[in-house]
Design a protein around this ligand. Structure first.
Ligand SMILES: [Zn+2]
Length: 317
């Protein structure tokens, strides 16, 4: 079973989603159990835990219970038999069991752990970027409204000023304004000056908003740059596919090696996949199935292709 992890870089858009794939390839001799003298499904395959590396951060007890859950995925599935439909006892834990299950820690899991930490960091920073973006969008709206109000006031001011200037010119043509007219015009002139000062304050506020917006864009781009560089590291770490697990049968015996998983669910699924190979099953086409070549499915249930393959295997004696 192989694995490949990948994250897409982003540019001005905080929608980062991890694209994590666990791939699987057939390893080992599947024909073994098919040709086993007792036939598949006749007697449970006995397994034991052999190599167990604590560096995974999983206790032996927890690992054993994960194996039991993987086992149950196959055993809980009712199979047609002479006695009707019922689950089969396909695996059994035994200290002297012939199938060894090994948990082997190396660079594969090291990279996975590092990528998990980086992915958490990416998710955290993406949330920050998201909130900066929301702040930016709100301010942008506020800015647009302020600009349009400012322009409206400018137009009003220009109209008032032009009418005032026309009155002044008209008075001048008549050789000057009378006292009362002069007072009116002077009052108008003062109100226009006050209006102009108030509009100038508006202009300052609009410019301050523009400054805030540009600072937010700068902040956002800085966060996005950081995220992209983290995404780059994750992708660099995970460019190559590698075995997450394998089932091997050779002169040294029969064994399942588990090298890599991300979280308990994937651990159970990679175990179930390799147990499937131990039964004699090959890969299936359904991407949600346990026996699909990549561990792209989720959940604790077999896929339809798994069930069909198991039933065919157990019926073919
Ligand atoms: Zn496989």
């Amino acid at each position: 079973m192989e694995t490949e992890q990948n994250r897409q870089p982003i540019f001005f858009g905080p929608n980062i989603r991890a694209l994590i794939l666990l791939a699987a390839v057939a390893v080992g001799a599947y024909w073994y159990h098919v040709n086993f003298q007792k036939g598949p499904c006749e007697a449970p395959i006995e397994y034991h835990i052999d190599q167990f590396d604590v560096s995974f951060g999983v206790s032996r007890e927890s690992f054993l219970s994960a194996v039991a859950e993987a086992e149950a995925m196959w055993e809980n599935e009712p199979i047609d038999s002479a006695q009707g439909k019922k689950g089969k006892d396909l695996f059994r834990f035994s200290d002297s069991g012939g199938l060894a299950i090994n948990l082997i820690f190396d660079d594969r899991q090291k990279i996975t752990i590092r990528n998990t930490i980086l992915s958490d960091e990416i998710d955290k920073n993406s949330k920050v970027a998201e909130s900066v973006k929301a702040e930016f969008l709100a301010l942008k709206e506020q800015y647009a409204a302020a600009v349009s109000a400012y322009n409206r006031r400018i137009d009003e001011y220009k109209a008032l000023l032009s009418s005032h200037n026309e009155k002044v010119r008209s008075a001048n043509r008549r050789g000057g304004a009378k006292e009362s007219e002069y007072q009116t015009l002077a009052g108008e002139r003062d109100r226009l000056a006050a209006l102009s000062a108030s509009i100038e304050t508006d202009r300052g506020n609009v410019n301050a908003l523009a400054g805030q917006i540009s600072a937010l864009v700068k902040k956002y781009n800085l966060i996005a740059e950081g995220i992209n560089s983290e995404v780059g590291i994750v992708n660099q770490n995970a460019r190559e596919k590698f075995d997450a697990g394998e089932y091997v049968r050779d002169e040294a015996g029969e064994r399942i090696n588990i090298y890599q998983f991300e979280g308990r669910d994937k651990m159970i699924r990679v175990l179930a996949h390799e147990l499937g190979h131990a039964l004699g099953l090959e890969h299936v086409a359904d991407t949600k199935s346990v026996m699909y070549e990549m561990n792209s499915g989720t959940g604790e249930k077999l896929g339809e292709d798994d069930i069909t393959a198991l039933q065919e295997l157990c019926d073919a004696k």
